[in-house]
Design a protein around this ligand. Structure first.
Ligand code: GRF
Length: 197
């Protein structure tokens, strides 16, 4: 049974779907939800589902990214995770931290990577006149929002879409894609999952 730690920064809607899917015959179970914000709404939601939680406030480590990450390693390593899922985690991790979990750290990003790494992905897709947008689950490597793609879900950009309306439709697909990718990844299968519009 694979042990999964999930790192969040906010409401944790993706985290919830991952936890809810890890039951029955699923080859993984959640062992920790960790946030960089002690006020993150997702912490109470995880606790309500009986999942251990921890928080390390990144604001306690101004200009000290390594110190912040060392503090996170405490609860993280104590949970002995096999897999780490970044789910709405909004801090950039150093190459040293990422390398510790090489090949077993996943992230979900709201664009069809390699297009639009970074922020404001939906606004950028609309501004570019793209016909489609979507989300990607990828293995985390030191380069931001890069790494092998494990899954993608595509949605059409509709006339009149703004970033908020598009984000809402993409989020629905994130909630389908991430659990499906984690289930396959935890079973040792890295075949990408591609969901089309
Ligand atoms: C989602 O759009 C996700 O793609 C991005 O963070 C947003 C919020 O995620 N990484 P969640 O609701 O906190 O899971």
């Amino acid at each position: 049974m694979k042990r999964v730690a999930i790192m969040i920064s906010g409401g944790g809607s993706n985290m919830l779907r991952l936890i809810e899917d890890m039951n029955g015959a699923h080859p993984a179970r959640p062992v920790l939800v960790l946030s960089n914000d002690p006020q993150a709404g997702g912490l109470a939601r995880a606790r309500a589902l009986g999942v251990p939680v921890a928080a390390v406030d990144h604001r306690d480590f101004p200009r000290d990214r390594e110190g912040f990450e060392r503090a996170m390693l405490g609860p993280l390593l104590a949970a002995e995770p096999d897999i780490i899922c970044l789910a709405g985690f909004m801090r950039i991790l150093t190459p040293g931290f990422v390398q510790r979990f090489a090949g077993r750290m996943l992230n979900i990003h709201p664009s069809l990577l390699p297009k639009y790494p970074g922020l404001d992905t939906h606004a950028r897709a609309i501004a570019a006149g793209d016909a489609e947008a979507g989300c990607s689950v990828h293995e985390v490597i030191p380069e931001l929002d890069a790494g092998p793609i494990l899954g993608q879900a595509r949605v059409r950009i509709l006339p009149g879409d703004d970033a908020a309306s598009l984000a809402a439709r993409v989020l629905v697909e994130e909630h389908r894609l991430y659990p499906a990718v984690l289930r396959r990844f935890a079973a040792g299968d890295r075949t990408p999952i591609l969901i089309g519009p």
